[in-house]
Design a binder for this molecule. Structure first.
Ligand SMILES: [Zn+2]
Length: 265
């Protein structure tokens, strides 16, 4: 009798457990199918600083690592921005195109965006004030965050990169101050990107790193400065970091001696 009761009880617990798992899974897969809550990172920031501009990740593979993201293309050929699973290329001309699946990527940050927090920021704001306000919404500054931020911009300064020829002469610390810059506005669009805590060191950009794509998908690039209003911020807290080092000749042999940090705190 006692044994029978125990079995019955165990049965009750198991079925309860199963129901719970089923509920949990249906929540997680509700809407679009969720593949991972990782911050996927191909290569490291300091590799770009030390001229590792060639990787062997393809655009087609990159799209399996997330549905939002940012980075660049082999040869430091402009800016990469991924939104809704599409990878866009903004070359030094500033004209947005959809990247070819076979194009190679030396550096990528990506995640399957899974909104944990959302809020509006109102008033006339610039990049500094938006960063400060977003940090006030962080539940903690010790995690990674991914963002989708839609806004109406009165003015927006975007940057790209000039494609480099081999053998590469300049690190990103030199390319960035001399990058092609574009002044736009008024324009509506979405910024996507990431925040990394300072402890990330030389592995990634410490602070905020955002790329932009306009609603009409004609204008894009690396976000440098802006003024705007009606900021709709969606935030995904990421506690898992998936670092993949490029198994490419350029990375095999590089001496990662040069240091340069860029992040917008
Ligand atoms: Zn960038």
């Amino acid at each position: 009798m006692k044994r029978y009761l125990l079995i019955l009880l165990a049965g009750a617990f198991i079925s309860q457990g199963c129901n719970h798992v089923a509920d949990h899974l249906s929540n997680e897969t509700a809407g679009n199918e969720k593949k991972s809550d990782d911050f996927y990172h191909y290569s490291i920031w300091t590799a770009l600083v030390n001229k590792v501009y060639d990787g062997n990740l393809t655009v087609a593979e990159g799209k399996t690592k997330g549905d939002i993201g940012l980075g660049t293309f082999n040869g430091a050929d402009g800016e990469l921005i991924m939104i809704d699973g599409v990878i866009y290329h903004v070359p030094s001309t500033g004209v947005v195109e959809i990247a070819n699946d076979s194009t190679h990527i030396p550096y990528l940050n990506a995640t399957f965006f899974d909104k944990d927090y959302s809020y509006e920021l109102s008033g006339q704001l610039n990049y500094d004030t938006v960063r400060k306000m977003i940090q006030q919404h962080f539940p903690s500054r010790n995690y990674f965050y991914a963002f989708k931020i839609h806004a109406d911009f009165d003015s927006l300064k975007l940057g790209s990169l000039y494609k480099q020829d081999k053998p590469y002469q300049q690190g990103l610390d030199v390319l960035m101050p001399n990058r092609p810059k574009f002044d736009h506005g008024p324009v509506s669009g979405t910024m996507v990107g990431f925040y990394c805590p300072d402890f990330i060191g030389d592995i990634n950009v410490a602070g905020f790193h955002l790329h932009f794509l306009s609603d009409d998908k004609k204008i894009g690039g690396h976000v440098m400065e802006f003024k705007g209003h009606q900021f709709n911020v969606e935030m995904d807290k990421l506690a898992s970091y998936h670092l993949v080092l490029p198994e490419a000749t350029a990375f095999d042999t590089v001496n990662l001696e040069k240091k340069f940090q860029y992040g917008k705190k």
